[in-house]
Design a protein around this ligand. Structure first.
Ligand code: HEC
Length: 232
């Protein structure tokens, strides 16, 4: 068998397949055997909470219509926010999948080509150990930038205007416009718009040391009264 080249390639092929299976399937499966998969309800974190509260301030009418008004009691508010964030993340991911955002955007910072200089820390497999990564959104191509560190990089109203009409903020952008995330204008995001912005702000928000978040201080719960409530 080893007299012929094809025999050597055949054996080498099998060996490489075996090695790939070992390193890409068995080793990770063993490493993360004891790491439970997080439920979507466990994914809220202070950075994301900050962004979600910020949505309430930036789009008071739209926020109130979709999520209602947060309770004033701080313990109740905490549960309330966690619940609404989970709801928003679930819908946001559905929209991300349904609109095929993954066709142009990856969610994986690779340990090559100095990607970490552009996007932040290289992705680690434990980051994918949660419900919102089933299946993972690694993406297919990179027509647009990797989004796994997008949270906190742009403000939520930047995202609103960008989703409404990308060329408004990025000249010549090939990204499609998504007017159906809004009830008319970019300052009126609907349930899908708010959910998608929450999902985008979630990406990378779990990294505590992520540089974009250094200056962020979650606002105290006591201050969360929607502007529209104050006038009532
Ligand atoms: C046809 C390919 C394409 C599709 C589909 C697409 N995008 Fe993009 N996206 C791009 C390109 C190219 C850019 C860079 C230019 C720009 O900012 O518009 C970009 C930029 C972005 C940015 C800004 C990144 C940054 O910080 O500079 C975000 C966020 C984003 N896209 C999210 C989405 C989401 C969410 C969807 C699905 C609703 C989506 N994109 C669909 C191509 C695409």
């Amino acid at each position: 068998m080893f007299e012929s080249k094809s025999g050597v390639f055949f054996v080498a092929g099998l060996a490489f397949f075996g090695f790939a299976f070992l390193s890409n399937a068995l080793v990770p499966a063993m490493m993360y055997r004891d790491l439970p998969e997080k439920k979507v309800e466990e994914l809220a974190n202070p950075n994301l909470r900050y962004q979600f509260e910020d949505l309430a301030h930036r789009f008071p009418e739209a926020f109130k219509e979709v999520y209602g008004t947060p309770p004033t009691d701080s313990t109740e508010a905490s549960d309330w926010y966690n619940g609404k964030i989970a709801e928003a993340l679930t819908l946001g991911r559905k929209v991300y999948v349904g609109e095929a955002c993954w066709h142009c955007h990856s969610q994986f910072v690779r340990p090559v080509s100095n990607e970490d200089l552009r996007w932040g820390p290289v992705s680690s497999s434990e980051e994918y150990q949660n419900e919102l990564q089933r299946p993972v959104m690694f993406g297919t191509r990179r027509v647009g930038p990797d989004l796994s560190r997008e949270g906190g990089r742009r403000s939520s109203d930047w995202h609103a205007v960008h989703f409404f009409k990308p060329t408004e903020l990025s000249e010549g952008s090939p990204m499609p416009a998504y007017p159906w995330f809004f009830d008319g204008s970019p300052d009126k995001p609907n349930a899908r718009g708010l959910a998608l912005i929450t999902y985008i702000q979630w990406l990378g928000s779990w990294l505590e040391s992520y540089p974009y978040y250094e200056d962020f201080v979650p606002s105290p719960v006591a201050e969360i009264t929607l502007e529209s409530d104050a006038t009532e």
